[in-house]
Design a protein around this ligand. Sequence first.
Ligand code: FAD
Ligand code: PYC
Length: 414
Amino acid sequence: MKRYSAFAIAREATRYHSGWERAWRAPEPKAKYDAIIIGAGGHGLATAYYLGKNFGITNVAIIEKGWLGGGNTGRNTTIIRSNYLQDPSAALYEKSRSLYETMSQDLNYNVMFSPRGVIMLAQTHHEVRGYQRTAHANALQGVPTEWISPQRVKELCPIINLEGPRYPVLGGLWQARGGTARHDAVAWGYARACSDMGMDVIQQCEVTNIRREGGKVVGVDTTKGAIDCDKLGIVVAGHSGDLANMSGFRLPLESVALQALVSEPIKPAMDVVIMANTVHGYLSQSDKGEMVIGGGTDGYNNYTQRGSFHHVEETVRALNETFPMLSRLKMLRQWGGIVDVTGDRSPILSKTPVDGVFINCGWGTGGFKAIPGSGWAMAELMAKGHSPLTDEFGMERFIEGRFIDESVAAGVAH
Ligand code: FAD
Ligand code: PYC
């Protein structure tokens, strides 16, 4: 595949952009692969990419029932940070954040990583204690974060109102190298790189059954026919429960909709990301100028990939106190994704009771930031049967009572 470069853009500009190749092939499935990944979201594609890049396993298919990146990966608000409390989480999320730093160069695809900084506001004394504790934990883990005063919050984000009548701003947890990236580009960049390594990204192909023989996986049935494999990775976020059912085991998670919305575009108003977890709202500004806004999950389990009016009202009402300028903006569009939430708000990267079947799920409301690190770790788990980054995240932790509690870090969304 030809490399993207400034030279290529100049060359194509002189010939009406007629020379660009397709970014990835659209193959029909082969009869058999060494490994199949179900789900062409960011986590599935990244898993396939690192199987090839780090372990030379390229006879791989990534099977997607819709279009690649059309699940939560293309619906999320793109906040990237690694300010988690527990050591195994910090290791995984910081690995991921650091891979984002060089992702555009590694994939030869501009994912628009923007380390503009993330503030998690403290608006109750409980949150002050929680975030100061996280800042201390991060210092021990080697993750650069900092507890900052209300005045520093105001310097970093002049449009904020520190003196809200109910929840004045008492400080914040600041991660200067956190930020955002372009969500579609992350999926597209990985898909292009996978296709370039000879992998098959098969879209519009739903997996309907997992075939097993003697407790071992032998293949999948799909809407494009049966496909055999030696190893299978299930990476389907909100549909993980369905795929686990097909494999004959159950998962300790719930599926629920998480919604977001954007305002009309305005001139640059803020150049950091702010999360206000007490009131359930968060905010950043996209490169197009839209204010990107989200709140908490729907209060009931559902598989709805769409927005609802009550959510707009609740979320914008919550944020208006702290960002009064929002009250003068028109909201443009809203949407939803189905997120997969575990009891300890930490993911599952695990072997399963079926030999050869591995599962990557439970990222809930916070898995975009984790895409490269999760793919890196999951590929190692699938290739070698073990990864230091996934050791603590096995599904057996829910039987053993060995939870990795990240309810404070997951914050706004649960
Ligand atoms: P997905 O991108 O959902 O991919 C799974 C794929 O599996 C889908 O494309 C689906 O079609 C496919 N699939 C399902 N069943 C089958 C089947 N039977 N056969 C074939 N394919 C199948 N995270 C952050 O870190 N920061 C944020 O700011 C953030 N904001 C969010 C805002 C919203 C509104 C939402 C919904 C989520 C947000 N998240 C955020 C969470 C993040 O989006 C997810 O954790 C992450 O994208 C999950 O990626 P994935 O690849 O596991 O899943
Ligand atoms: O995990 O940082 C996050 C997040 C922000 C909004 C939704 N998830």
